[in-house]
Ligand binder design. Structure first.
Ligand code: AQP
Length: 332
């Protein structure tokens, strides 16, 4: 579709204030692909409504997520940045792919199990079929690579299975994508319960560092992070809290775990936590400055949304048309 240029696609839900998990696991890595790949990065608002959202907040966060994409270095002239609900082909292809996705496959998805236990009063069909919509997002653009955090790997693998199943019946329809989990895409865990993923929807704000937290808040949250009763900074089984802090420090500094252990030899956890807070705050400061500049100009953000949606629709229409034709839908 893009004359030999490979395609990268990924998305983030505007389902809460974005965390350093979203930043390190996903957004920060997106810009690496801009030179080599044709890139589509989407604010996936349709995914967000699988959990109840406050309409005003969803709207605000949709603008904010787009602004954060740009503040994290995604140039809208080099990347197609857009909002999922502005390109209706996502929902249309999702319905079709639902018919090629098995109940058993969806039942095995870890995220469905986690979210249905968290939202026991609202286990809706959308939450269950979320991976079919995600497959549609990816397959619409004949995507080659999907940069995601490791928590989303299972969904990308299901997307591959769906694409292969569809291609077996209707050969040559979809490119089968690969997930890309970068070193810094390791799972960032909650600061309060380090066996649990850091999530933007966590009710405990002290468990989560948000991209937009101010410096003092970031340092305070790291100071309070749950660790263990030892004092030595080393990565080891059972030391989930310290392992998480070492991972975060490594992601922000590029240092290996061994280098970090050496750097903090003879220092206690207090010094280490402060250092993690400081590198995190330093790295996020320029992102925050740029974010506030971008957010103050809503008209430009809307123009960007419109441009992104037009670009994305052009390609999405082509794939959806091909799929409909292969299925035998009548075209007028
Ligand atoms: N803790 C994390 N560590 C590494 N990567 C992460 N990602 C999310 N949390 C972590 C990556 O961020 C991208 C966007 O995620 P999403 O918004 O589509 O949904 P999610 O994975 O469900 O993220 P959250 O923060 O946990 O959202 P809520 O609380 O709304 O469910 C993905 O690439 C993801 O891997």
């Amino acid at each position: 579709m893009f004359q030999d240029q490979k395609v990268s696609f990924s998305g983030v839900q505007p389902s809460g204030n974005l965390t350093i998990g979203n930043y390190l696991g996903a957004i920060r890595n997106f810009s690496k692909y801009s030179e080599e790949y044709k890139c589509f990065y989407c604010v996936v608002d349709e995914h967000a409504i699988t959990v109840r959202q406050n309409p005003a907040e969803l709207r605000r966060r949709t603008y904010e997520t787009l602004a954060l994409y740009m503040a994290c270095g995604l140039d809208p002239d080099q990347n197609t940045l857009y909002v999922q609900s502005h390109v209706h082909e996502h929902a249309e292809l999702a319905w079709i792919l639902n018919c090629f996705t098995m109940f058993g496959e969806l039942s095995r998805m870890t995220q469905f199990k986690d979210k249905s236990s968290k939202h026991a009063d609202n286990i809706n069909a959308g939450l269950f079929t979320y991976p079919a919509l995600m497959a549609a997002d990816i397959l619409l653009y004949q995507t080659d690579v999907v940069p995601v955090g490791i928590d989303q790997k299972q969904h990308v693998e299901l997307c591959r299975d769906i694409a292969e199943r569809f291609n077996q019946i209707y050969p040559g329809t979809f490119t089968v994508p690969e997930p890309i989990i970068s070193r810094s895409g390791m799972k960032i865990m909650s600061l309060a319960e380090p066996t649990k993923k850091m999530s933007k929807s966590d009710e405990n704000v002290n468990a989560v560092v948000y991209i937009l937290d101010d410096r003092d808040t970031i340092i305070r949250k790291f100071k309070r992070a749950v660790t263990d009763s030892e004092t030595c900074v080393r990565f080891a089984e059972g030391k989930d809290g310290i392992n998480n802090l070492i991972t975060i420090y490594s992601c922000f500094t590029g240092k290996t775990f061994e280098e970090i252990e050496k750097e903090f030899e003879g220092h206690g956890y207090g010094d280490f936590k402060l250092a993690v807070g400081e590198v995190c705050a330093d790295a996020l400061a320029p992102v925050q400055t740029r974010f506030h500049e971008l957010l103050s100009d809503k008209a430009s953000l809307e123009a960007q949304m419109r441009k992104g949606a037009e670009e994305a629709s052009y390609y999405a229409r082509r794939t959806l048309g091909k799929v409909q034709k292969k299925l035998g839908f009548v075209k007028l």
